[in-house]
Ligand binder design. Sequence first.
Ligand code: NAI
Length: 249
Amino acid sequence: MNWDFSDKVIVITGAGRGIGFSLATAFGEAKAKVIIIDISAGTVEKAVAELKTKGFQVYGYVGNVTDSVNIENIFADIVDKYGTIDCLINNAGITRDNLLIRMKEEDWQMVMDVNLKGSFICTQKAFKYMMRNRNGCIINIASVIGITGNSGQANYAASKGGLIAFTKSCAKEFGSRNIRVNAVAPGFIETEMTASLSPEIRAEYAKAIPLQKMGTPKDVANVCLFLASDAGSYITGQTVAVDGGLTMH
Ligand code: NAI
């Protein structure tokens, strides 16, 4: 599918690597102006340099989604330099896994801060500009764990389940302004993180998936391209699972 996002400004948090970088690549290919925000300066620099060599319009900011002043300043600069924000993808996310009995309060809090509060901050700041345009699209990268829960991931599951509920509330609040808000819930996705798993564990995971294989960051990007495009213009408040059929409801 040849998507065309010419002149559209797409802001992606946590896009220095992993799924976010794949999203930046996909929107860059689709001719968007892609804005990468990531807390890690090294990854921002590397990601921007790599995508620029492909001829994409890509710009980077070192920023922390949990810092509302920092995000407000970055978004103001984006609008100043690139004109507007057409689409925000809240992708920055972390895990701090442990069984609940051993989970430190700071690990609970940190996951909530980045995954949930960070999405709230970025959404609130972007909404200000989208409201003026009476047009916009927000995509929250949740997780199937936010639907099913998972042992050892109570903090992560609560943050992603919260993100799905947040998505629905924002969709209801923003709908009359023609701003759509959806969530994408990836399942097992091949990333640097999962690349270190042994073939036996990967085979075990794959057995539980109706499509019998792990997904790729590109699978996640394809759904985001669709949701952000005019093809998705009557879809809001939904959570699209990209999980090979792992969760069905
Ligand atoms: P990753 O760890 O490879 O990349 C996350 C990026 O977010 C990193 O570049 C990191 O520097 C950045 N980041 C972390 N804290 C930040 C902050 N406070 N402010 C700005 N940037 C920050 O993760 P991955 O695997 O690419 O995941 C991306 C999203 O997809 C996350 O929200 C994750 O929960 C979700 N997800 C991932 C799955 C997977 O299999 N990898 C499955 C389901 C959901």
